[in-house]
Design a protein around this ligand. Sequence first.
Ligand code: FPP
Length: 248
Amino acid sequence: MALFSKKPAVRDEVDFSRLPRHIAIIMDGNGRWAKKRGLPRTAGHAAGAETFRTIATYCKDIGLDYLTVYAFSSENWKRPEEEVGTIMSLLKKYLLEAISRMERDKVKMEFFGDLSPLTPELRELCERTREISRHYEGCQVNVCLNYGGRDELVRAAKAFARDCAEGKGDPNHLTEEKFSGYLYSGGVPDPDLIIRTSGELRLSNFLLWQAAYSEFYITDVLWPDFSKEELHRAIASYQSRERRFGGV
Ligand code: FPP
């Protein structure tokens, strides 16, 4: 019997040559993380933004093609003004940093959601990051901002109807693939793996169309505590599954 039985690191269970192409994350549990520590909820979001930074950088480093995160839902405006303000300033800080590192990191940034209610400053920053990184070919990070899955579908339906009215579309020739092109995520493959932290078992209006065949990984870990190790666990779990897409 071995005197020391060292548990292998989860990293060893990940096949990095067979990564999912696209991982999407519902970054939940910032508030509970703060409450457990007797801190204001805003401190949870600040810690969550750090975790996002670490995980996004790591996803780039391991060669993931797409990472999509749910940063602010169209329902999150209902939160106290101070909390909304904190999330927006964390985003601003992140975007400013991202801009300063873009030439080095070559991370492509996109935004899914209706950016029109954001402040002109934040909108301009989103536009600038999108524009600078438009031609990059490394990891693409999609930040869902003022995003709602149902809203995305209604917008897509309206845009398609407008095209039909202008003679640029034909309902008889609409396919799933063509309709996907009207979504914020047009051109981005559907997420292979959706991770939700903090143990909640719901989709919360996230990527409703795109999640049709995604694999789910739910962890009790609160988002600020989510680590590379936990990401390895999620990927290893994904890689152990057999995806059938409705077949046998
Ligand atoms: C959910 O936790 C988290 C959010 C609604 C905001 C997510 C925002 C960040 C991680 C920071 C900013 C993001 C970027 C991309 C820099 P919750 O507050 O609902 O947690 P709870 O369910 O425990 O209350």
